[in-house]
Design a protein around this ligand. Structure first.
Ligand code: GLV
Length: 324
């Protein structure tokens, strides 16, 4: 029987690649950049792959499935989020879609979230800029006054796997008062971290730090818009390591410019990789280029999980993490 044929749309950590290469013929896009759409469709059409391992910058839609052909069994998305995939089209075509949740990615995103929280509270990036710009002329008791984290209230929007890990780290380290929103109650968060479930409105009103951990689905698009930002305290910070469009960037820029909130820590943006110039210039914003899950541990785990999902489906077994 001919070996099955797999396509990986961008070079990734090799742990999963090695697993796949043991069993299948594996093509990997040879450049470390987003594969041009036309090139992707051309390769799908020409090679009739049994499985494709995609990166979250690929649009997996009707045209993708049409080009890939009816033998395509599984698309393994190298990400926890799957907003780049048309799930209805996948269902219609009978293609299994998988993602890469796991302990390592929970940890990486939670730590990155906490890094942003602290960078804001202690004005780390502003301090770094200050030094690099040669402004530091000696100790000054009123220089770059921040705020302590301890004693504050943190609101976690979305108490899924990543939100839970954020709560755990904050609670273990700082015994912080935690509020959370979730579609269903999370008894474990309440019991282990004393977290209190509230509505979004109350969470925004009461929190000193708000951190977003929801998937991007139609119901969470612009979950944080002008009205929601108005509910936040003037001294509060917003951190987003979920997906950019969960926050209206226009509304956020307006709130930051008007100092209606104290600041924002952003790993994700509404129209990546485009980031409004004004956002880059605001001093009360800390940005990172969508790297919350970019640790060696998380990237290897994601590679392994994506490969295991493909192997399971192509061996006629249930995927580890199927979305449809
Ligand atoms: C990264 O953003 C992911 O969804 O894994």
């Amino acid at each position: 029987m001919p070996r099955k044929h797999i396509f990986i749309t961008r070079p990734i950590a090799d742990e999963g690649v090695k697993l796949l290469q043991k069993k299948y013929d594996v093509d990997i896009y040879e450049h470390d950049r987003v594969i041009p759409r036309a090139e992707l469709l051309r390769r799908l059409k020409a090679n009739r792959y049994d499985a494709v391992l995609t990166i979250l910058t690929e649009r997996v839609d009707e045209a993708f499935f049409k080009a890939a052909g009816p033998q395509l069994k599984v698309v393994a998305n190298f990400a926890v989020g799957f907003n780049n995939i048309d799930l209805q089209a996948a269902k219609r075509r009978g293609v299994i879609i998988t993602n890469t949740p796991g302990d390592e990615i929970n940890e990486s995103v939670a730590e990155h979230t906490i890094a942003l929280l602290f960078a804001l509270a202690h004005r780390i990036v502003e301090g770094d800029d200050y030094i690099r710009m040669g402004k530091f002329k000696g100790w000054n008791p009123s220089l770059l006054i921040g705020t302590d984290f301890i004693g504050k209230t943190v609101g976690v929007v979305g108490a899924g796997r990543i939100g839970m890990r954020v709560m755990q780290r904050i609670y273990d380290g700082f015994h912080i008062k935690l509020l959370y929103t979730n579609q269903t109650g999370n008894k474990e968060a309440e019991k282990r971290f004393g977290a209190q479930r509230v509505g979004l409105k109350e969470l925004l009103q009461r929190s000193d730090f708000v951190t977003l951990h929801v998937p991007l689905v139609p119901g969470t698009h612009h979950l944080i818009d002008t009205a929601e930002l108005k509910l936040m305290k003037k001294t509060a910070y917003l951190v987003n390591t979920s997906r950019g469009p969960v926050v209206s960037e226009k509304a956020l820029v307006a709130a930051l410019k008007a100092k209606r909130i104290a600041g924002a820590g952003l790993d994700v943006f509404e129209n990546e990789p485009v980031i409004p110039e004004i956002l880059k210039r605001l001093p009360n914003v800390v940005t990172t280029p969508h790297i919350a899950s970019a640790t060696i541990e998380a990237r290897h785990a994601m590679s392994r999980v994506a490969a295991q999902n493909i192997i399971a489906v192509l061996s006629g077994k249930k995927a580890l993490n199927s979305i449809v």
